[in-house]
Design a protein. Structure first.
Length: 250
């Protein structure tokens, strides 16, 4: 039995497509951050278990709620802006059938589609995420943002990627980055990480050069430039907000 867990918040445009690609799972669990749009109306025909829980800037806690409710032997985490293609479905089923006794979890790669274009280069081109594991081997999710899953035992890698549609517009991109960097800066501060003035300047510049030039982001055209700029801005905001926290608490 496979349980799929999806976190949602105001995802009415895409959540139906996400659930369509998860019909092959035995159970679908939605952890909803009190959506105010039509998300919950869209999910009604899909026979999914809906758990409403306020996010409170802690994505790991949301995932752990879904993990705790899952009944399946295997648990698959899919974000509400990701689709599971048929090829990945088949690879998952084959992998857990043939290697269930040897492997406790699987990393899944992810392919970003930004503004209608598949990104083949840059920072997002080689993303691999631990998203599928046996519940008996699954530890908790940790870190409030950019969270990680502590799975006990051996892990392997699947080759077919998730399809990721992260941002409908640059405005949405900026709103999300602003929120994530605020949480990330607080996590860094609580971990006693500190930043200097030169790092606030140098890190974003280095991030852009790495993604756009060394990782060949320029080959993705305008979309590659936009994602390189946004990742650089993400780096700047995280360190700038961390510096701000330092000043307030000295």
């Amino acid at each position: 039995m496979i349980s799929a867990v999806i976190l949602t918040h105001n995802n009415q445009e895409m959540i139906g497509d996400v659930l369509d690609t998860l019909k092959w799972c035995d159970e679908r669990i939605i952890v909803d951050d009190n959506s105010t749009d039509k998300t919950l109306e869209v999910v009604k025909p899909y026979n999914a278990t809906v758990i409403q829980h306020v996010l409170v800037d802690d994505f790991a806690a949301q995932r752990n709620i879904g993990l705790g409710k899952a009944k399946g032997e295997w648990v698959l985490f899919v974000d509400s802006d990701e689709l599971v293609p048929v090829a990945l479905q088949k690879e998952i089923l084959k992998a857990i059938r043939q290697q269930a006794d040897r492997v406790q979890g699987y990393y899944i790669s992810r392919k970003d589609i930004l503004f209608g274009r598949e990104l083949k280069y840059g920072e997002t081109a080689n993303v691999k995420l631990l998203r599928l594991a046996k519940k008996t081997a699954a530890g908790t999710w940790e870190r409030k943002v950019h969270e990680t899953w502590n799975v006990q035992g051996s892990v392997a890698y699947l080759t077919t990627p998730l399809l990721h549609y992260p941002h409908e517009s640059i405005s949405q991109f900026l709103r999300q980055i602003n929120r994530y960097t605020t949480i990330n800066a607080r996590v860094f501060y609580n971990e006693r990480k500190r930043v200097s003035s030169w790092q606030i300047i140098a890190y974003p510049i280095a991030k852009f050069i790495q993604n756009y030039l060394f990782r060949l982001g320029f080959l993705d055209g305008v979309a590659g430039f936009v994602i390189a700029m946004m990742m650089s801005f993400h780096s700047f905001l995280t360190r700038g907000k961390l510096w701000e926290l330092q000043q307030k608490n000295t």
